[in-house]
Structures are given as C-alpha cells and as structure tokens.
Design a protein around this ligand. Structure first.
Ligand code: MRU
Length: 347
C-alpha cells in the first residue's frame, strides 16, 4: 500500500491494531493491553482475516501473561484468559494456531512469548510475498496473454494479514508484472469487507477496481467478464474443502460453471489437517443485527429474525488450485494439502 498503515504491531507493552471497523472513513489505531479488550476487538472485527487473527492470538498470549503478573492471577486464571483469546472466533484456524504456537514459551514470561509472536508476524510477511509470487506465476501460466480481469471476495489483503495479503498479494504481484486489467471486488455483505477494505487497499495501490454487489458475482463470471477468481481462506480441511467468507461458494460454483480458475491463496497455517473435511469446520454465526439493519437503520420488518453465518465451505472439487508459501497445489485435480513440505522440497 502507498499509505503508511500497519494492520497489527507490538509496541513492547501493547498490541497496536488498525481499527478496521471505521475504515475507509477514518484511519485510527487501538492499543490493546488486556485480554478483555483483545477479545472484544477480535469479535467486533477491529482485527480480522485469518493470518492477522493468528498474529493477534499469538500476541494475545503475551498480553495475558503480562496481565496475570499485573493483576496477580494464578496459572489457572491466566490459562482461562488465554483460552478466551483462542476461542474468540471459531472459524479461522489461524487464531487457535497462533495461540498454540507460543504456548510453550509461557513459562519463560511475556517477553519470550512476545518474541515468538513476533516470529509468527515476520513469517506471515514472508509467506505473503511467497504466496503472491507462486500464485501469480500459476495464474500467469494458466491465463497467458493480456492483462487479467480478476474477481475477489471479502478482504484477503494487507488488512487481513501482517504483510501485503494473500489473495491481494497475488493481485499485487500480477499488477507489478502489468498483468492486471481490473479487479471486481464483491462488496461482502453484511459487514462490507470488500467495499470498505479491499476497495480501499486497491485504490491505495493504484490497482483498477470496481465494487459490485455480492449477488452480481456469479453473473459477472458467467457473462465472461472475469478471467479468474482469487480468494483467501479461513480454514482448509485435510481434504482441501475451504471455508471462507460467506458468498465464496457462489463465486466457486460460478467459476466451475464458466470454466475459469478459482485460486485460493493461503499460508500453510490456514490448513488444518486435524479437520478431515468441510463439514467438520465450525462456522461462526454472528449477531442477527448485522443483517436486520443497514447503517444503523432497521431494514427488516419488526418481528422477523435473521440467519447470519459468516462463512461458507467450498468443496475441494471446486477449488482449482491453492497457492501457499511453498508453491501451488492443484486441488480439484486431486492434490490435497498433506504434510507441509520443507523449503526446496517439491510439493
Ligand atoms: O470475518 P472476516 O472479515 O475475518 O473474514 C475474513 C475472510 O473471510 C478472509 O477472506 C480470510 O480470512 C482470508 S484473509 C487472508
């Protein structure tokens, strides 16, 4: 991005979060020093997106350890606070994985936990770059010729990670190679991550984009206006089934019907080999108010309730390929995310 913003950073005694609830109207930061405030920030989507949640979870443990010392908690109280962070949102596996990654450092104290959390952050920055390069190589080879018309759903950009994004990392890399004509950004009802966040990032980076209603996406694809869709992921099951923001499944079905590729871009930390298939992925259901009102005004008749699943699951057979930091797996052709290869090892 050209704007000097950092989605998530550790100051030494607090977690500094770019408040994504007020973007694009305002660029504001929130400094979080206690577990209650962090859990609230995660639930309100001040910080959001699977990789950023992983970093927040890791630093959340450092926050809990510091708070335990400050407030004289015993180990059980500290561990209960860590569990609250781990469970603040259920679908993105990165949150729990970020917490679990730093847990072994807890006996060494907050500084050691924060150092490990910083490693999680730094790895995400590097992973984003590698995902962008691998995904761009794959798409460029798959769709040779003129600059591409891409479609993305939700926000899988810098705002969802510690770096330059996963799906938007691929878009940025293609843009750097002069291979992007246009990005259709689905607005992403009900919280508008596409309209508010993806469009903001793409504008800041000078990448041409149009925001469209989510319901327009399948028809935009079927009309031949899109060469490929690129999305992120919140959790990828061992068989390749992929949970992402609700609405992703409609994009996937349309891509399959139109015969264009659906590329999922995600780090290995989003792959959950303990979850066998998509049916086992917990899907967050959010407050009905997000559906019942728009801009603070009720839009649904009084007395009518709402169903608000925040994610859906795209079956592996509809995911053409998965771009990770180690390379691209052709999922619908049968490749499944098995054990993570070592760097340099073929996939
Ligand atoms: O509810 P959100 O905004 O946290 O949902 C985010 C998404 O669905 C993203 O596409 C996903 O986390 C991948 S972010 C690189």
């Amino acid at each position: 991005m050209t704007t000097d913003v950092r989605t998530i950073a550790w100051t030494g005694d607090a977690l500094r979060l770019l408040d994504q609830t007020v973007l694009p109207a305002r660029v504001e930061y929130l400094e979080v020093r206690d577990v209650g405030a962090l859990v609230d920030a995660i639930r309100r989507l001040v910080v959001r997106g699977a990789p950023a949640l992983g970093v927040a979870g890791a630093f959340g443990v450092a926050i809990a350890v510091r708070q335990a010392v400050r407030e004289g908690w015993d180990d059980a109280e500290r561990d209960a606070a860590i569990a609250r962070v781990r469970e603040a949102r259920p679908t993105a596996v990165n949150l729990a994985a970020g917490v679990d990654r730093v847990l072994p450092r807890v006996p060494e104290g907050a500084a050691a936990v924060a150092a490990e959390a910083q490693a999680v952050l730094d790895e995400d920055v590097r992973a984003n770059r590698a995902i962008g390069a691998h995904g761009a190589d794959w798409l460029a080879a798959r769709c040779p010729g003129r600059p591409l018309r891409l479609l993305t759903h939700c926000n899988a950009g810098a705002l969802a990670t510690a770096g330059w994004g996963t799906a938007l990392g691929v878009v940025r890399e293609l843009h750097a190679r002069d291979r992007v004509e246009l990005v259709y950004a689905d607005e992403t009802r009900p919280l508008l991550q596409g309209a508010r966040l993806t469009a903001w990032e793409l504008r800041e980076s000078g990448i041409p984009c149009l925001v469209q209603a989510d319901a327009a996406a399948p028809s935009t694809i079927m009309r031949g206006l899109v060469d490929a869709a690129v999305i992120g992921a919140d959790r990828i099951a061992a068989n390749g089934d992929t949970a992402n923001k609700v609405g992703s499944l409609g994009v996937a079905l349309a891509c399959a019907a139109a015969g264009i590729p659906l590329l999922v871009a995600a780090p290995w930390s989003t792959i959950d080999r303990a979850t066998r298939s998509g049916g086992d992925i917990p899907i967050e259901e959010r407050a009905a108010e997000e559906i019942l009102a728009f801009g603070g005004t009720r839009t649904v008749p009084e007395g009518v309730a709402a169903f608000n699943p925040a994610f859906d699951v795209t079956p592996a057979r509809l995911v053409t390929a998965l771009a990770t930091e180690t390379g691209v797996l052709e999922v619908s052709a049968g490749a499944v995310p098995g054990s993570r290869p070592q760097v340099g090892e073929p996939l």
